[in-house]
Design a protein around this ligand. Sequence first.
Ligand code: URA
Length: 446
Amino acid sequence: MRPYDIILKKRNGEALSKEEIEYIVFGYAKDEIMDYQISALMMAIYFQKLSKEETLHLTKAMINSGDVIDLSKIDGIKVDKHSTGGVGDKTSLVLGPMVAACGVPVAKLSGRGLGHTGGTIDKLESIFGFSSALTEEEFVRNVNEHGIAIGCQTRNLVPADKKFYALRDVTATIENISLIAGSIMSKKLASGAEAIVLDVKTGNGSFIEDTDEAFELAQEMVDIGEGMDKSTVALITDMDQPLGNSIGNSLEVIEAINSLQGNGPDDLHELCLALGSQMLILSKNCNNEEEARAKLQSSIDSGSAFNKFKEFVEAQGGNTKQIDDPEKLPTANHKEDLIASDDGFAERICAKTVGMASLTLGAGRETKESELDLSAGIVLHKKVGDKVTNGDVLATLYANDTNKLEQAKNELESAYKFSNTDIQKRPLIFGSVDKNGIIKNEFQLT
Ligand code: URA
């Protein structure tokens, strides 16, 4: 086989065989094929697209380029949840303990944040002593003993994706649904889950802004999961405004603790019930959504989800005094309020701009090497649809570096758009995709 012939075939719109796809993926992972040839192939794929069959072959080859985690020593059906990423998305911190408290094992490998979206591991590291650097034995033991572990990826999972992603990033070939779906699903499937619940975000704070495209991506990912005999369900959820009220690492842990105690924001709570019920159903812990929602709600009402969170934090070395008293979590030395200068209704709070403002404050990483300020961030006091009166505090910014506060405040101000009249909110959940197809929730935006 020659890379040239494969590029030519795809350029001319023909389907590639399993063998050709494996030749490309393994050859590139081993540095045997040149960047310039893979660049040309990615561009050909961008324009000519991949069929479902080719996408499945690509995903399988990517998985086989590295290690696959074996979770068979963990009792029960392991269901993983994956979010395509957003601003203020602390769902895993709340959902994990809720699901574990209902008796479903949560064996989660998470990452760190880059750019305007945060990472679960960074958030958890704002708890003093917390460690995500578990060996495979510790990870398995913690899930078996405590029902939940969240570890940082150390094994050589899907090395091919690292190379392909880095190249796509600089050759304007990220935005192809098959390549995105293959990239995300290969990492999820290599992490060993038996069933997968996907939270596919749509809106300006996610990397798929258009809702129809988000459904398309969700369908592609569900097809890959099902094609590999893993039950897969996707919810398409809003990321046009941040999720919940807090953005920033320790601020998000505080909000997660409040949610686990039944005092969290409505959107975060609803999303946890919606995603969690799919996890309980896929793990055969519950038969239907009604039963699953009731069980998840009672994990909050009884305190078992909060206690599970504390147990999990302690098992991974974290200081539970900070969980009982969140004021002991890292706090910034300076804060500044953003004040409304008129009456009206909050019509839009651009999630991406809020994410960029929190990045300016130090809550996110501009490059992989950037140091985080775990206490920096933003708390929104008004969300889309809320009535605003001149003089109200719209949001509070937290930072240790006062120089950053003014710039971030200006950025944050530009995230808001107001209306004189009551506005119709976007839905939190646009619909779902499973092996039976797409269900779109009914709603109408004016
Ligand atoms: N995230 C991924 O992991 N891969 C993509 O291709 C896009 C987003």
